[in-house]
Design a protein around this ligand. Structure first.
Ligand SMILES: [Zn+2]
Ligand SMILES: [Zn+2]
Length: 350
């Protein structure tokens, strides 16, 4: 076993606190990473607080990890000791079902293994624990190469917030001449703006916070619409595609109205309640769709693109001791735009 140290929630209501735990024994296909940085995703909070009702405790959250390879299994050929590597939301899958063969391991029919809270496929006695910790053991097929030109701490959020927005924007072939909306300016939304802008679309941010308008323009929005302004929303029309990143209960009907004929609203947030929509969308052939993170190959493609175009996340670097305060700030939408934990502060914290 590999000894690790992290911050864990022991129940749904307890704050995260230091913990020592063991990771599974690395095998011939595995890497061991010394973790350097880990992003703080809203899903970490949902999971640590059992808001989806499926959490296994104790849990070390974190699925936006960047680290340095310290050990390489003898069957691994494409990583070496000293490389920077990333681990996102998924760490294993059956590898034989149709989605796995299509490179969509996150939709594995036998159930994908998540980077925390899942039974490890290679050792069913071990529940995976996430990246708010000193190290990680991962199959090399599920590790990502990090472009050397990018700041590794600002790369970490690409591994969840980045791929979650990249994947639908690619799937709907967003590009020049298209009018694209992004709903919400948080960890996901700010990456949505950067990518949609980089792909050459005309980009509008929909936000409830007037205070975010100036930032939105520097992040890639050409226009900003305050979504609580009913008149402004009525004049928002003709969108080819709207990416809705909001993970709280909200009204999606104004966004459906804003789509043009054949337009698509794609949901990437995961509210814990049902969203209602008016069936009037049939009158102009509109689509409501969903998208969930992305596969490993696609995530690597995104990282290469980010390396070539110098795209990273906007982050606030925090010490591990600030994690509980950071959770509250994420819930209050008070972060620009992703917290990233400097895991050197965890090592120093013993
Ligand atoms: Zn996430
Ligand atoms: Zn599978």
């Amino acid at each position: 076993m590999i000894q690790s140290k992290g911050y864990a929630a022991s129940t749904a209501t307890s704050p995260l606190a230091p913990v020592d735990f063991d990771r599974r024994e690395p095998g011939s296909q595995d890497l061991v990473l010394e973790l350097l940085y880990c992003g703080v995703c809203h899903s970490d909070i949902h999971y640590a607080r059992n808001e989806w009702g499926s959490s296994r405790f104790p849990i070390v959250p974190g699925h936006e990890m960047v680290g340095r390879v310290t050990r390489v299994g003898d069957q691994v050929s494409d990583f070496k000791v000293g490389d920077l590597a990333g681990v996102g939301c998924i760490i294993d899958s059956c590898r034989t079902c149709t989605p796995c063969e299509d490179g969509e391991e996150h939709y594995c029919q036998k159930g994908v293994t998540m980077s925390y809270g899942s039974k490890e496929r290679k050792d069913s006695n071990v529940i995976s624990q996430g990246g708010y910790s000193t190290n990680y053991v991962v199959d090399a097929d599920f590790a990502l190469h990090i472009p050397s030109t990018l700041d590794p701490k600002a790369v970490a959020p690409l591994l969840c917030a980045g791929i979650t927005t990249w994947s639908p924007l690619r799937r709907w072939k967003i590009g020049p001449g298209m009018k694209v909306g992004v709903v919400g300016l948080g960890g996901l939304g700010h990456m949505g703006l950067k990518f949609a802008h980089a792909f050459g679309a005309d980009v509008t941010l929909f936000t409830t916070s007037e205070s975010k308008a100036a930032d939105a323009k520097s992040l890639g929005a050409h226009n900003v619409i305050i979504s609580t302004d009913a008149e402004a929303m009525k004049s928002a029309r003709g969108f080819d595609f709207i990416l809705d990143t909001v993970s709280a209960l909200h009204d999606i009907n104004p966004y459906l109205s804003a789509l043009k004929r054949n337009g698509t609203l794609c949901l990437v947030g995961l509210p814990d309640q049902q969203l209602a929509f008016k069936p009037g969308l049939i009158l102009s052939n509109k689509v409501i769709s969903g998208s969930f993170i992305g596969g490993i190959k696609e995530t690597q493609e995104m990282l290469e693109y980010c390396g070539a175009h110098n795209i990273v996340s906007e982050i606030e670097l925090i010490d591990i001791a600030e994690i509980n305060k950071a959770f509250d700030r994420v819930v209050n939408n008070d972060v620009k735009y992703r917290f990233v934990i400097d895991l050197a502060t965890l090592k120093a914290d013993s």
